[in-house]
Ligand binder design. Sequence first.
Ligand code: SAM
Length: 332
Amino acid sequence: MTGQPLIDAYGRIATDLRVSLTDRCNLRCSYCMPEEGLAWLAREEILTDDEVVRLVSIAITRLGVNEVRFTGGEPLLRRGLVDIVAATHAVDPAVELSLTTNALGLARTASALAAAGLDRVNVSLDTIDRATFEQITRRDRLDDVVAGLAAAAEAGLGPVKVNAVLLRGVNERGAPDLLAWCLERGYQLRFIEQMPLDPQHGWDRDGMVTADETLALLEQHVRLTPASEPRGSAPAELFTVDGGPGTVGIIASVTRPFCGDCDRVRLTAEGQVRTCLFARQESDLRHALRAGASDEEIARRWVIAMRGKAAGHGIDDPTFLQPDRPMSAIGG
Ligand code: SAM
């Protein structure tokens, strides 16, 4: 690293960069996007492949980023994805590269992504019940997700992680089945508490299935023991299932926030730095990039942006305001 680390006013250092490659998605998960979709970003607002690679490369070589996760929207919809992965891998092969995806189409691209240097995938799957899947996502595509997961494992994109959001009265009773299904296939399942990031502003605390409720639901079927490995900055609390080796993770973003250990920073598809999912301010790098700023100048702006990172997401604060951007436009 030739520059400064991305240190915030509380001494946290961001080394994990989440890069959104598009705000578009081919599913319409009820808690994430309305059925008709959203007003998508215009093409000229979105960073080109070269611009994405340049910013990511600055983050790696000058700012100490050592982990890059591509997300969206749905990153597999980005035509240049394999090339972006390959170019990022070429910057520094030691940097860990991962993808957060709904896995639609992953069966076709998993091996090319692995060959390009992708290390692993996180696949979002909230249920293995076909009707419930269609109810949540408004699409009958469960088979594609299942095929995508298998292809990812086959291509060596592991450990394959599965992320699930539980919705009261919709899929929470299916949580034990989803866990059993993942354990059988060697996928690491993590349940994530639903956060106030939906464009419909439909989230409410009482409606959310909490981490404690999820654990209680699972414990009706399996024995859970807190895993001994240290959690570090990882958001998931890990539990071994029935004595192991299988595990399940719980990401209690709302009820047990882990902001004090946060090492993440985000870049939106149109080149805005966000220091937190819930940030209400962004720092524009695209403008500087397109105006001809040097790598050094862009790195300097990024370092300054980090100083504004809040101590915590503040969901419990009476003054909390949901960010203007929904999750799909931030990059989850
Ligand atoms: N399309 C990709 C996918 O499905 O993984 C990447 C983007 S998606 C926004 C990333 C993750 O955010 C998914 O696992 C999704 O379930 C989760 N998500 C979306 N809205 C959420 C919310 N309000 N609270 C918690 N997780 C949410």
